[in-house]
Design a protein around this ligand. Structure first.
Ligand code: ADP
Length: 543
């Protein structure tokens, strides 16, 4: 024994076997020599690391309990200490990662001391598990960071970014993603992604994913958390090889709920294989619930603002659209009353025709607006009965044949003699009239109009639908105009350029009627000049 060491034992008669103290200690005691060989291993070490005294003694410590990624560092540190170098780690409380015999990683707090023996220095470590304590502290930090992020964010996008960052930075996850559902397109969109600096995520970082595909898609579809302990072993996930290529090993995804609806999925990716852990799923689910509530609140606020804006815009639009014909009427009438005696008969007729045309436009517009308002407010109920779409289409064609004939347009119809469905025949007639008269109006003389309609069965159910299309060889609708076509007053540049009269309300009414019948209308890509509208209608209305 070194003579400079402060004595410990006061009564050697009673305390004659210090080894017993180490054996009974609650702290794990591990002693190694300068070659990293294990010399001491007490019962608490057996419990902490899972190796018995016999299994541990004589083994190299690094091989036994040091995680692969820290082994090099451990060996270098030990060599420095053994050579009498500066011992930064001696006499300090250190927090280190260790591996249990069963493979799971734990965080230990240890103190390291050294004694000199004739055979060289011996290093003594006293250690205990702090995984739970450290994790709890981290969870608290994460929760606080998430709350702060949500409170400070000025938009949903900013909030999403803050949440993934808070999780990534505080939990040490290299990649964290928040996916939100896009109900229109029926897929998930990555709202925010955190990737630790230096981690290249190209190849892995897709921005859209279908329901059921990949971890986000799986969690969304199954509506419950999913833990992937080893990404490389899970071939069912589309991004697993891309994840493995950038060093990601394990992943967890939890659903983001709000008022019983699933809004998206929160996914975290780790760089080592890990076993499912309840507390972690609980933490993530808690964070996800927080995010869900936030997004829902935000969406409600944004919707209210949008609604107010739409109302204002609509009012301005209506005023503008009504003012044009009204101005024409007022100006012409004023001019007429001042100069009526000086005008010739043909001039008088010309001005009266202007007044008439504009008054008619106002009438059509106000009727369309009223119709639309009633339809949208639900005041104009559709009255479905068992009816025949073929009869509706034929009647409409019959009424419009003369107008089509005037323009020398050919009209071809392909449909079975009966197309039975449960719908409001008057409203379907309105749809047919609108689309056919548009086809006639927007097709120059000599063109052709084709109407087809037929039933088809849904692949996965017994429900039957009708597919109905109206094509023409007319002026067409540019692709850039199509997304806005079903908005009130919207008129395509092709119609405006040619000064073809119209209100831009017909298609909105058509779409509203079809939606009330649980159907839809789309303007399809057209080969060659012209336009095709396609309608999809169920033959039965589901309740
Ligand atoms: P309106 O025809 O009274 O302007 P609609 O709502 O019926 O209003 O149509 C909106 C716009 O869609 C039209 O102004 C026109 O630009 C375009 N459109 C509709 N049908 C056709 C068609 N068959 N061919 C070309 N453009 C069309």
């Amino acid at each position: 024994m070194d003579r400079n060491v402060t004595p410990v034992i006061c009564d050697h008669r009673v305390l004659h076997e210090p080894q017993a103290v180490l054996a009974a200690a609650l702290e794990a005691y591990v002693a190694i020599d300068s070659a990293d060989r294990i010399l001491g291993w007490n019962a608490a070490a057996e419990a902490l690391f899972g190796y018995s005294h016999a299994q541990a003694c004589g083994r190299v410590l690094a091989d036994l309990i040091i995680p692969m990624r820290y082994r090099q560092q451990h060996r270098a540190g030990l060599a420095r200490l053994a050579a009498g170098g500066p011992g930064r780690v001696l006499g300090q409380r250190l927090q280190l990662a260790a591996v249990h015999r069963d493979g799971h990683e734990l965080l230990i707090e240890l103190t390291l001391t050294v004694t000199a023996t004739p055979d060289g220095p011996v290093f003594h470590a006293f250690a205990h598990d702090v995984s739970t304590k450290v994790r709890a502290a981290r969870f608290t930090t994460v929760e606080a960071a998430v709350s702060r992020g949500l409170a400070e964010a000025s938009s949903s996008d900013a909030a999403s970014a803050r949440v993934v960052e808070a999780l990534g930075v505080n939990m040490g996850w290299p990649v964290v993603e928040l996916w939100l559902t896009d109900l229109d397109r029926q897929l998930l969109v990555c709202a925010a992604r955190y990737a630790e600096s230096g981690r290249r995520v190209r190849g892995f970082a897709v921005n859209e994913i279908d329901y059921g595909i990949g971890l986000p898609g799986r969690v969304y579809r199954q509506r419950r958390p999913s833990w992937v302990p080893d990404l490389a072993a899970d071939a069912t996930l589309v991004r697993s090889s891309a994840a493995a290529a950038i060093g990601l090993r394990a992943a967890v995804g939890v659903p983001v709920w709000a008022s019983g609806r699933i809004l998206g999925v929160l996914c975290v990716y780790g760089d080592r294989a890990e076993d499912p852990e309840d507390t972690l799923i609980a933490l993530l689910s808690g964070v996800a619930a927080h995010v869900g509530q936030y997004l829902e609140r935000r969406r409600a606020e944004e919707l209210a603002i949008e609604l107010a804006r739409t109302k204002d815009e609509f009012l301005a639009l209506v005023t503008h659209e009504l003012r044009n014909p009204l101005t024409a009427i007022t100006a012409t009438a004023t001019m007429l009353s001042g100069e009526v005696d000086a005008l010739s008969q043909p001039e008088l007729r010309h001005y009266l025709a202007i007044i008439n045309r504009n008054a008619q436009r106002l009438t059509v517009m106000s009727e369309d607006l009223l119709d639309l308002a009633r339809l949208e407010s639900g005041n104009l109920a559709i009255r479905p009965t068992a009816c025949d779409l073929a009869a509706v289409i034929n009647a409409s064609i019959q009424d419009l044949t003369e107008t089509a004939g005037d323009k020398d347009l050919t009209l071809a119809v392909t449909m079975p003699p009966r197309l039975s469905l449960y719908a409001d025949p008057d409203r379907l007639r309105q749809v047919a009239d609108n689309l056919l008269s548009n086809a006639i109006k927007y097709t120059p003389a000599g063109g052709a109009i084709t109407v087809t309609a037929d039933t088809r069965n849904e692949p996965d159910s017994d429900s039957e639908r009708i597919l109905w299309s109206i094509s023409d060889t007319g002026i067409g609708i540019p692709a850039t105009d199509r997304p806005r076509l079903f908005r009130r007053f919207y008129r395509a540049s092709t119609a405006l350029d040619r000064r073809i009269p119209g209100t831009g309300l017909g298609l909105v009414i058509v779409r509203t009627i079809l939606e009330r019948h649980q159907g839809s209308i789309t303007v399809t890509d057209h080969h060659g000049p012209g336009t095709t509208f396609t309608i999809d209608l169920p033959t039965e209305l589901s309740t």
